[in-house]
Design a protein around this ligand. Structure first.
Ligand code: GLN
Length: 284
């Protein structure tokens, strides 16, 4: 097998993919390589096709080797690069925030389907993490007043940097959504709170479990629905009209029982693009 020495990008690609298929599927490996060369070398797939003999510099080879070493320890590519794409926006990520998922783009899309572009609506992103939801919403609803809330100081610092990076104004506030003291009125609340149960951790992949913040994944309670219950109560107090949640696909029954208990009749579940139950909208 060819190794790094030729400095030819196609040889490096082969070596990289062969090494990384020990822990990722070939599809994932190819997409990681694509993201890596785009971010580090400014090269696209097209560049490789047009110029198969393309050679890269020694320092560029070293950068790829270094990234591969970290990838082989299950570190997510997004943390290695310190950034990712969300809703066509560049979002900075560190291990203090969850890596934005494509499902969450669908959550943002659902809100945007319901709200007029010119609307001056006030929106709260509860448990805002990297700020990706709030920033994607503000980028598409320029007149909306958007607030992001998180309990983590580190996450809030990243979210503020992301708002600046994407040139949008969002009010980021430190608060605990399980015991919020905020008094403002938010017509819409959007939330992707921690919703993974400890039992599910056994099936989770190492790249998530070893690197992503457990504070953002697992509610620190026996009750895995605790954030939904708390945010719903807050929405009632706040006089909200709509709440949009990203949900755990295995908790449909528990969620329905809870909605019944709260006498909520106007609600809609929605599947994600993979066909898994993933979103819940409550109208008041
Ligand atoms: N969907 C994420 C995952 O599968 C979890 C997101 C969350 O807990 N809010 O890891």
């Amino acid at each position: 097998m060819k190794d790094w020495k030729s400095n030819k990008i196609v040889d490096i690609k082969k070596y990289f993919e062969n090494s990384l298929t020990t822990i990722y599927s070939i599809g994932e490996t190819q997409s990681i390589f694509k993201i890596l060369i785009e971010s580090k070398l400014g090269l696209s797939q097209k560049d490789l096709i047009i110029n198969p003999d393309l050679k890269i510099s020694e320092s560029e080879v070293l950068q790829i080797q270094f990234a591969l070493k970290r990838l082989l320890k299950n570190e997510p590519i997004q943390y290695i690069l310190g950034e990712t794409q969300f809703f066509d926006l560049k979002i900075k990520v560190t291990p203090s925030v969850l890596i934005p998922r494509p499902e969450t783009e669908e959550l943002v899309n659902w809100v945007l389907e319901d709200v007029k572009v010119s609307s001056q609506v006030s929106i709260l992103d509860a448990c805002s993490g990297s700020g990706c939801i709030a920033i994607a919403l503000k980028s598409n609803l320029p007149n909306a007043k958007i607030t992001g809330v998180d309990i983590s100081k580190e996450a809030l610092s990243i979210a503020k940097q992301n708002a600046q990076l994407n040139k949008v104004i969002i009010d980021f506030v430190e608060d605990n959504m399980l015991d919020s003291t905020m008094k403002e009125r938010y017509e819409i609340i959007v939330s992707n709170p921690p919703y993974v149960s400890r039992e599910e951790a056994i099936q989770m992949q190492d790249n998530v479990l070893k690197y992503e913040p457990h504070l953002a994944l697992f509610p620190e309670s026996e009750d895995v629905l605790i954030f939904y219950k708390s945010i719903f109560k807050f929405a009632l107090k706040s006089g909200s009209k709509w709440v949009y949640f990203e949900i755990n696909q295995y908790k449909e029954e528990e969620l329905i029982n809870w909605l019944k208990l709260e006498n909520v009749t106007d609600f809609t579940f929605k599947n994600d693009i993979s066909g898994n139950l993933r979103f819940l909208k409550i109208s008041f």
